[in-house]
Design a protein around this ligand. Structure first.
Ligand code: XIL
Length: 354
């Protein structure tokens, strides 16, 4: 039976240890990332972030570009159906960005994973009107207010073996829907930089290769594709050199490159069987972030479009809201209190090596 005195002492001892630990590990001092990045340094944003004063404070210091995380997507815009698009939240995000000298990267016009319900049951002519009309309405509404667009998101199968089949490709073909989306977006906003955006291009070389072959086909077909988005949802066990290898290959098109959704989960497919220490896994995370950022810095300046993390603080991460969240992941540059994680230091160091 633990005596009352011991019970009282335990939390005090733990608190002292924690204070000692925090005292021993002084907070990392990192310059504001938007001041050391060679291009706009961004993060994703939802309305909930704008209503959070601590998020706004951190973003005002660190960030110069925003990507709507959810509310600019078809799932939100068409939640009330094709005839009643919702722009309330994205309008607020755009207004906040303009009031805080931040640019906006639009995300995303056409995505395989959304829109099936809203477009269900339409005959071909109605489908065409709805497809073109949606892109024209959204890209047209924000013409002059967004710097760029992810016109098409995630067109390739996870294993990289082929392009995805989806409700868009069923109507226009796999390359066809992408070509059509870019052409309509080009007409709706002649000045925005138009991107094709994809994930796991670095860690799954076959997927990166399929993506680059798609880019080549689209450009040969005259697609107004102007930028390549590498989401960079990385993991700590990507073999050294793979990230840099993809960036070098992608650079070959001479197009702007957007590191568009960077996070590096500490979770691995070993799950609880991953017996490596937190420090070991953070060291691996830092190595992957350094490799990515140095590869980005090796690009010609004109190809360094923007560098965006998919969240600012660990608790903002989609990984920390997922059903399999273990409450311990630290995939982003700042901890839940807005203090720099080692990732922020790695970013600033690699940016500073320009
Ligand atoms: C995710 C958001 O972070 C989640 O909040 C949302 O529930 C689902 O979408 N690749 C993308 C992003 O291009 O749009 C996804 O964002 C993450 C993967």
């Amino acid at each position: 039976m633990i005596g009352r005195r011991a019970v009282l002492a335990a939390p005090m001892a733990l608190a002292a240890c924690d204070r000692l630990a925090s005292a021993e590990t002084p907070a990392l001092r990192v310059p504001p990332l938007k001041t050391v990045a060679p291009c706009p340094f961004g993060t994703c944003v939802q309305i909930a972030n704008l209503d959070d004063p601590s998020w706004r404070d951190l973003a005002s210091v660190q960030i110069s570009q925003l990507t709507p995380e959810w509310e600019m997507k078809m799932e939100y815009v068409l939640a009330d159906g094709l005839a009643h698009p919702r722009f309330d939240r994205t309008d607020r995000i755009i207004d906040y960005a303009r009031a805080n000298a931040m640019t906006v990267h639009g995300h995303t016009l056409i995505w395989y994973s959304q829109g099936r319900e809203a477009f269900a049951g339409l005959d071909d002519a109605a489908f065409d009107r709805a497809f073109d009309g949606y892109i024209a309405a959204v890209a047209g509404r924000y013409r002059g207010k967004v710097r760029s667009w992810d016109v098409v998101n995630e067109p390739i199968l996870d294993d990289g073996s082929a392009l995805r089949d989806c409700h868009w490709s069923a109507r226009y073909g796999q390359d066809g829907y992408i070509l059509r989306a870019f052409e309509v977006a080009r007409r709706a906003d002649p000045d925005a930089v138009l991107f094709l955006n994809e994930y796991n291009l670095e860690g799954i070389p076959k997927k990166g290769a399929t993506f680059l072959r798609l880019v080549e086909r689209l450009l040969k077909a005259g697609c107004p594709l102007q930028g390549l988005g590498a989401q960079s949802h990385l993991w700590i066990d990507i073999a050294e050199g793979r990230i840099a290898a993809f960036m070098r290959e992608a650079a070959g098109f001479g197009l702007p490159i957007h590191v568009s959704e960077l996070d590096v989960t500490l979770r691995t497919d070993k799950g609880a069987l991953d017996l490596r220490s937190h420090a070991d896994r953070v060291a691996r995370q830092t190595a992957r972030v350094t490799e990515l950022t140095e590869a980005f810095m090796a690009l010609p300046p004109a190809q360094r479009f923007a560098f965006t993390t998919w969240g600012l603080r660990d608790t903002d991460s989609w990984y920390r809201k997922a059903d399999k969240d273990d409450g311990k992941d630290s995939p982003l540059p700042f901890d839940q209190n807005g203090r720099p994680n080692p990732m922020a230091g790695a970013l600033a160091t690699a940016f500073g090596r320009a």
